[in-house]
Design a protein around this ligand. Sequence first.
Ligand code: GRF
Length: 197
Amino acid sequence: MNAPTPIAVLISGRGSNLQCLIDACASDNYPARIAAVISNRPDAYGLKRAKEAGIPAIAIDHKAYETREDFEDALDSALREAGAEFVCLAGFMRILTAGFVNRWDGRMINIHPSLLPKFKGVDTHARAIAAGESEHGCTVHWVTPGMDEGPVIAQARVPVLEGDTPETLAARVLVEEHRLYPEALKMALNDTASVLR
Ligand code: GRF
């Protein structure tokens, strides 16, 4: 087997998707290893998860930078210093400029809690309920400059049930996110490998 690809996971908060990637990378024959976890929020709980797993945990506070580009330059440098060759966004709540996205073109994926192209952006669960959807879910997709617009790698579906609140629906979707992200990352890395071959 080839050596696992060094990836970075970018987070802003709780980091439950990060945790499922940490767990997947710890399993035999998984094609990635986490070289760094980076948060734009120094208080993100996910940084603690990374430290507990012995993974370099880096805070790059976006508020310390005057412009989005300055923040992204710092982020890019940290990614390169960590040796990351691939980036997973996992609850990373900063919009990235086209300049940054293009630097990682074909090497950056995101998980979004809706069945894209439905419900781009935030508050997806409340919007799915308000729209009377009978099913909802999550999507892992390539990151392109348009927010939540890149090609879909994989999706998982859940039913919307009578009496669902945004919280109950989010919890049902989250279970699927945790199953989907490691599988989709594996698929994405396979795609990348076939492009490089
Ligand atoms: C997840 O629902 C993810 O799809 C969305 O933000 C949430 C992050 O949760 N982009 P966590 O930090 O991974 O627990």
